[in-house]
Ligand binder design. Sequence first.
Ligand SMILES: [Zn+2]
Ligand SMILES: [Zn+2]
Ligand SMILES: [Zn+2]
Ligand SMILES: [Zn+2]
Ligand SMILES: [Zn+2]
Length: 664
Amino acid sequence: MSKFLEVPSIATTKNSFQVAASYYLIEKFRPIFCYVLPDAQDPLEGKEKELIQLMIDNSNHWLRMYGSAEELLENINIYKDFSRSHELVSLSKETYPFRPRIFKSFQNEKYIAKSDLFVILQNMMIEVATPEPFEITRMLAVYLKSREKSAGFKSIEFVKFDEAIFEKMRERMKVEIGEKPVLSVPRMSMEASLEKLRRNIPLTLDNSQKENFDNFLGIFFCISDREAEIPPINTLVTYFLDYKRFTKALGTIIDENPDMFSPRGEDSDEPLTLRVFEDGDQKFLMKEEIFKPTEFDFFRNPNTIPLDTITMKELLESGEIRNVEFIRYPITRAKHRATPIRGPAGGLFILAIDCFFEYLRNLIHGEQILQKLKPTDLPKFLQKLNECDEFNCREENPYFIQTDRPRAITYMDNLHDYLHGLKWQDILKRPAKKVRNVEPSGFTVQDLKNELEHLGLTTIFPEIQDYAEAVYSEVEKHKKERFLRTCDVFDAIEHCQLNCVLERLPKLKKFVHNQKGCHRVHGMKCEKCDAEKPENEKDQKLKILEKELADLKIAHQKILEENQELQQKLLRLSVKNETNEVQIKQPAEKLTQSKLSIDDVNYSNACTSQQNVQCLICEKSMESGVDQIIRCPLCKRRFYEKCAINWIKDHQQCPVCNGDLPIF
Ligand SMILES: [Zn+2]
Ligand SMILES: [Zn+2]
Ligand SMILES: [Zn+2]
Ligand SMILES: [Zn+2]
Ligand SMILES: [Zn+2]
């Protein structure tokens, strides 16, 4: 990995990690994660695992479904490293906490999102200058974020990732930062110094930013647990002068590289970059990114419509695509959540199918709703679930839904309101048993069946134990350790419930099928997949055969053409051969007569027998008796004398019959 992608250990604060980690959890458990840490504003400095362990220990057993601290951390890391993750966890005054990601184009060249270059600048500054104290780094991140915002990106753009350029930037940065000036700072009142600082802010700040900035300066004064360490005002001014030096260096680099830090111009020759999302063997693009560039909005309206996609195949068939560089964007998902993706006009999205599984997981393990509903509540609940517009069973292409505006997503609202009608609060107050811990030696299918009964799920779904066997064998296939563990029993129970729900809701089952999610439900039987499979195989075989046939046809055609060419060549050759033979015979025959002919015909004789023939060299008609004519001794064709003499100067053959002419 390039050193320019490394995240310095101080770039992540305890708080930003904690918040990002909490978003990995289902909604209900988030508050567990968000308990206040001492010094939450401080850098995490590689203590991720300790922090996770601390969270697990304080979760009152609620986090058992996530496995060990290592596993949970591994999954959180897959989940949280996405462009603008700080947007999700709304940490405007924190450092950029994520690792920039490299993408490859179809030409296999490395690309990086332009907005991630600001993160690289931040990390480069930390590495080059190590601003002290850490608050200055945070202020620099605020500066970089404001530069990113004012650059005015209207879509997600990528540039080639070139180490050499960053190496140069790094050198430039060192020069620009220069030496720390030695200054004597006059003693001032706090008010006067603050005013001086505000006047010197090297940015045009709007009101909210100015407010942020003031708040930010407040970090030095009024963080309660730092009260003892408030720096004296003249120290503060030196901090600020450092800050100015660093921002000047950053600003210079940004200004000097407009093709990296600014949006691509309308008339730019640089190719437009488009993301091609890759999920399994599916390749698709966001329609909005191609067809209707909308106003970019970091704080996009949460209730926006889903983002539809167009498959790569459809796009290629739809017409010409000029000057486009396709960027491969693999969809990544941790075990419990998919990594969010930025929409073309802002906002963070995940695939509808991921949203579906995450939502059901919320209901199953978070609310334990299926353990709490009575059989009489079930039809209404299922009906409402089936009516969720967000899970559109008619859409055949993958599509994206905005993620993580908790409680603002419409389908959640709809369901929520409806369940309120069902006296939701009362339902939630009903007792629900917890999943029991698994023995170190693992668990059996029978244990799973017993657990389903223990949780009360057999009351609402009498057939749920029938799924145990199929689900068990899938869970065992996916297990991470030698024996099945408690987290695995959570998985198994979830999938048994998913099966029961989907069997009752054909529309949702169709949605899952269309969104290629069937294989993700352990043990689910999908008639459509089964029906498609052999056909698919047949189709594929047919396709292969068709392709082979087409190739053969092309090869055949080529051979035919070659053959034709050869035949023509042959024909030409045989004609030539014949003439050659004639030519060989003729001179031989004529040889004996030649002397005679010369005497007889008399080369310079005027022709009397033919009138108005053309000279076959100049194509002018000749008048017998007027012009001097020469005839070829072999074919007897006529030429002007002049033409013939000129011809003979550099030819030994008759221009018509190609026969050898006697040498004069
Ligand atoms: Zn409510
Ligand atoms: Zn597990
Ligand atoms: Zn299916
Ligand atoms: Zn002529
Ligand atoms: Zn001739």
